[in-house]
Design a protein around this ligand. Structure first.
Ligand SMILES: Cc1cc2nc3c(=O)[nH]c(=O)nc-3n(C[C@H](O)[C@H](O)[C@H](O)COP(=O)(O)O)c2cc1C
Length: 200
């Protein structure tokens, strides 16, 4: 069994919901399973050590998770058109893995959630791709052969899976649309299929 690491940060739950759909797509591929991990929040005033075990949700990612995976799918809420600091902070701590090339040649994909339709989904997806390219990973997007990419009136881009959470109550964000679910699952499936081919 090969594992795809689905590594995300989520404050209000929308990106976490996308991550669960991505995992479903990964696990639809024979011989592949998803390992779901998150990263601790960071503060701008002081670096406080996070508790070793999160209060809820999946465990925090470690470098061993990155070494063990045969593919990586990163997710973050959009923060001013960019990935969120906790995910960037985690990635900025991976230079030893970059030096040893443990992610080079593995497939990768990205996903995000925004409040607004035109609030920077593509730029956030591209921001997550940059460190993955430096690590030598093969980037996987979503093809227009999937009709949901053309019919969606919510999230979904060729660069990766997305969700438009809306401006309503942050504690109760809009649920993923059917197209958003389809495309998130497809991203997981495509990364897992490529990982399986590369390891065949
Ligand atoms: C500091 C900050 C910056 C944000 N910047 C954007 C933005 O540029 N565009 C946007 O549409 N939403 C923006 N948002 C809203 C979040 O991206 C959105 O609520 C997202 O769905 C949250 O995901 P989560 O539920 O996984 O935490 C921002 C939120 C915060 C706290």
């Amino acid at each position: 069994m090969s594992e795809i690491l689905v590594l995300f940060y989520s404050r209000h739950g929308s990106t976490a919901e996308l991550a669960r759909q991505v995992c479903r797509g990964v696990e639809s591929v024979a011989g592949m399973s998803a390992r779901l991990r998150t990263v601790p929040a960071v503060t701008t005033t002081v670096e406080t050590p996070a508790a070793a075990v999160p209060d809820s949700g999946p465990p925090y990612a470690t470098h061993d998770d990155l070494r063990a995976c045969s593919g990586l799918i990163l997710g973050s809420p959009t923060r001013f058109g960019n990935m969120a600091a906790p995910l960037k902070y985690f990635l900025d701590g991976t230079s030893s893995l970059w030096l040893s090339g443990v992610l080079a040649g593995k497939p990768a994909g990205v996903f995000t959630s925004t409040q607004t339709m035109h609030g920077g989904q593509e730029s956030t997806l591209l921001s997550m791709m940059l460190p993955l390219l430096h690590h030598g990973m093969y980037l996987v997007g979503l093809p227009f052969t999937e009709t949901a990419l053309s019919t969606t009136t919510t999230g979904g881009t060729p660069y990766g899976a997305t969700h438009v959470a809306g401006t309503a109550d942050k504690a109760a964000p809009r649920k993923l649309s059917a197209d958003e679910q389809t495309l998130a699952q497809l991203l997981g499936k495509r990364v897992a299929e490529l990982a399986a081919k590369l390891h065949a």
